[in-house]
Design a protein around this ligand. Structure first.
Ligand SMILES: [Fe+2]
Ligand SMILES: [Fe+2]
Length: 428
């Protein structure tokens, strides 16, 4: 579901991938708090992973398998989250506020963000779901209602005479689609015509235009949640804390992409038309590597960001520029990266004999990934158009300066140099 990026409104934000990333993180945090609280009970239920009622399983399988974004939104925000809200409110009403104060506290905090999520969902639905769509989905929505009724709602307390439930969207087991989906704001998704890193690390270029390359790098990070979603979905043998940590990182990466978007918007740059954000990395990793190999590449890239020329360098460039947002964003981006390095150590590194081996494996996995730079061009998937001069000119207009001819002439692509500045051999 994290791959669904659909336009919600005319403002052009990365609403869905970011909305789902945030909501996944919020839910994971509240689930963690509730799990902890349940474990404090005198006789806690032993297996919190077990689904308490088969009808609830059908309910969530149906939503997971929803074939359209409209149905996914209706299922999540008009059915699942309101049902969860009702269950938490019911607990607050029925429990003893003195004896069970720690639970009421957890429920009250969760309700604040559940309300935010429902509001976001309602606004999305108002933009996307029209009358005819509502009419077509009515029988399926009825099926979701039947599931809840048969389960006695999420709390299990209101069981009514259950009708037998016939699975519809989930009649066949859910198939995760690894291919990232993007909308019209990403018109040239194979474009690898502007190498941000070669420019960024070239000492002859000044900091101001480098902030544009950093906004581009941040915005392009929308491919990280696309890729991490596939790791989380396809890794089944980890404890709950793995999902919580990885979902936090997934949201951080979506947030980094939004920081890039805000950076461009702040300079009045119409990024969907001017900056070509590709999906080549998430597409290649999701379709060519196994989940552990994708995680290895992620770890390899992130541990490479920690030395002097990584996040510290980007922060220093941001501070040296006259763009206050750039310094601010890089400050928080760096802090997040420290957390991600810890998550990598906890959930990837410890499966290896030593850190060197873990890094080497990540490098090997990334080297195996085929980036068909030339063949994409031959197939007409992209011309790798150099969009840089146009964006730079636009920013210069905003800054009220004349473009620097050397900066304007920058035209290094990703044909032979990878994002970690490693030379690629051949034209793959
Ligand atoms: Fe990031
Ligand atoms: Fe990161």
């Amino acid at each position: 579901m994290f791959g669904a990026e659909m336009r919600m409104d005319a403002e052009g934000h990365l609403q869905f991938v970011d909305g789902f990333s945030l909501h996944a993180h919020l839910c994971a945090e509240h689930v963690s708090a509730l799990r902890k609280r349940v474990s404090e009970m005198r006789e806690p239920p032993l297996n919190l992973e077990a689904v308490p009622d088969p009808n609830l399983e059908i309910f969530f399988d149906e939503i997971l398998s929803a074939p359209t974004t409209e149905e996914l939104l209706l299922g999540l925000y008009e059915k699942a989250l309101p049902a969860l809200k009702a269950a938490l409110e019911r607990h607050l009403k029925e429990t003893n506020p003195l004896a069970d104060q720690p639970s009421t506290r957890v429920c009250r905090f969760a309700l604040i963000e559940i309300d935010d999520m429902i509001e976001f969902g309602f606004r999305s639905i108002a933009s996307l779901v029209d009358g005819p769509c509502r009419e077509t989905t009515r029988p399926w929505i009825g099926l979701l209602d039947d599931c809840l009724a048969a389960a006695g709602t999420i709390s299990g307390a209101d069981k009514s005479a259950a009708k037998p439930i016939q699975r519809r969207h989930s009649a066949a087991p859910y198939q995760y689609d690894r291919i990232p989906k993007r909308d019209e704001r990403f018109p040239d998704p194979f474009n690898m015509g502007v190498n941000a890193e070669v420019f960024l690390y070239d000492a002859k270029f000044p900091p101001e235009p480098k902030t544009l390359m950093m906004f581009y790098k941040r915005l392009r990070e929308i491919d990280v949640p696309e890729m991490m979603a596939s790791i989380i979905t396809e890794t089944r043998d980890k404890p709950w804390k793995y999902s919580r940590d990885m979902t936090r990182q997934l949201w951080d990466e979506a947030r980094h992409a939004m920081m890039g978007e805000v950076g461009f918007a702040n300079l009045g740059i119409d990024w969907p038309h001017k900056v070509m954000i590709n999906h080549t990395w998430s597409l290649a990793l999701n379709t060519q590597l196994k989940p552990i190999e994708r995680h290895a590449v992620l770890y390899f890239i992130e541990q490479g960001l920690m030395p002097k020329n990584g996040k510290r360098f980007e922060w220093e460039v941001g501070r040296a520029s006259h763009n206050p947002l750039s310094g601010l964003f890089q400050d928080y981006d760096w802090a997040d990266e420290v957390l991600h390095a810890r998550i990598g150590r906890d959930w990837y590194l410890k499966d290896f004999k030593n850190p060197q081996e873990a890094v080497r494996y990540g490098d090997q996995c990334w080297s195996r990934v085929l980036m068909n730079w030339e063949s994409w061009r031959q197939q007409g998937l992209t011309q790798h158009r150099n969009w840089w001069p146009e964006v730079y000119r636009e920013a210069c207009k905003h800054w009220g300066i004349e473009p620097d001819p050397e900066v304007l002439a920058y035209s290094t692509t990703y044909q032979t140099v990878r994002a970690d500045l490693k030379e690629l051999t051949g034209s793959a």
